[in-house]
Design a protein around this ligand. Structure first.
Ligand code: FMN
Length: 235
């Protein structure tokens, strides 16, 4: 089905350092998206873009136990007690896909990302995700695996979660230089970035038409997914 509205693609940035290498990767990924999906709305959320950071999880209820009520605009209201979480929920519900760009931190991803994920639940259901991971020797491969696991845990759609890992030269890794996104060595990742971003764009187009209805029905969908997984594990 042809999409009439512009796609809304979110980019969640993992680094809270200033300056940081993540910003260079953001510039690069954005260039790819602008070329492959012209006219799309691309919104970046760094760890200090309000309502982030949400801090540690302090809600008494698990987000997964909250029931959606339909708002007048068709989006879901999960009744989060903290208005900042409510705002984050609305931001995520409006997305057609989310790309996470992040360095590896001690064999995983930075806590900024985990906090942003944990405060919501059904908003992530079947949302197309891609991750752009980077680091030293392994190019952020362990970060990629950890993110993939969390995304599957919240029933996201892992369109491209373990494909893009980028090894940094020690001068960037050690923060002697900050990546601008225009460096020559990044060209070797260009084809892969195009290929993976195309997958995300295609999944985002499918999501766009169903997102409001999908989130309202996400509790039933997730319950079904869990039942299927249980049945498969008993085979
Ligand atoms: C707390 C911390 C832990 C790190 N752990 C790893 C690691 O496990 N593997 C790795 O490849 N790089 C690791 N690094 C290096 C980062 O991947 C690298 O410095 C990266 O450029 C940081 O991204 P940024 O400049 O966007 O903040 C770590 C850096 C920090 C600050």
């Amino acid at each position: 089905m042809a999409s009439r509205l512009p796609l809304h693609i979110g980019i969640l940035l993992g680094s809270a350092r200033s300056p940081n290498n993540t910003s260079g990767f953001y510039k690069l990924v954005r260039q790819h998206l602008e070329r492959l999906a012209p006219g799309s709305k691309i919104s970046a959320y760094d760890p200090f873009t309000a309502p982030l950071p949400l801090g540690p999880y302090v809600m008494s209820a698990m987000a997964s136990t909250l029931k959606p009520e339909r708002r007048e605009d068709g989006f879901a209201n999960f009744g989060y007690p903290d208005p900042r979480v409510q705002e984050w929920s609305q931001i995520v519900q409006d997305l057609d896909a989310l790309i996470i760009i992040t360095p590896q931190y001690n064999w995983s991803f930075p806590s900024t990302i985990k906090e942003a994920v944990d405060h919501l639940y059904y908003e992530w259901a079947n949302l197309p995700f891609a991750t752009v991971n980077f680091g030293g020797m392994g190019g952020g491969d362990k970060c990629a695996s950890a993110l993939d696991q969390v995304i599957r845990g919240v029933h996201g759609n892992p369109v491209s979660t373990r494909k893009i890992t980028i090894k940094l030269d020690p001068k960037y890794f050690n923060h002697d230089h900050i990546l601008s996104g225009d460096e020559d060595f990044l060209k070797e990742h260009s084809e892969l970035l195009d290929q993976e971003m195309r997958k995300v764009i295609s999944a985002a187009k499918e999501r766009q038409h169903v997102k409001k209805e999908f989130i309202m029905n996400a509790p039933a969908w997730v319950a079904e997914e869990k039942a299927k997984a249980r049945a498969a594990s008993q085979k």
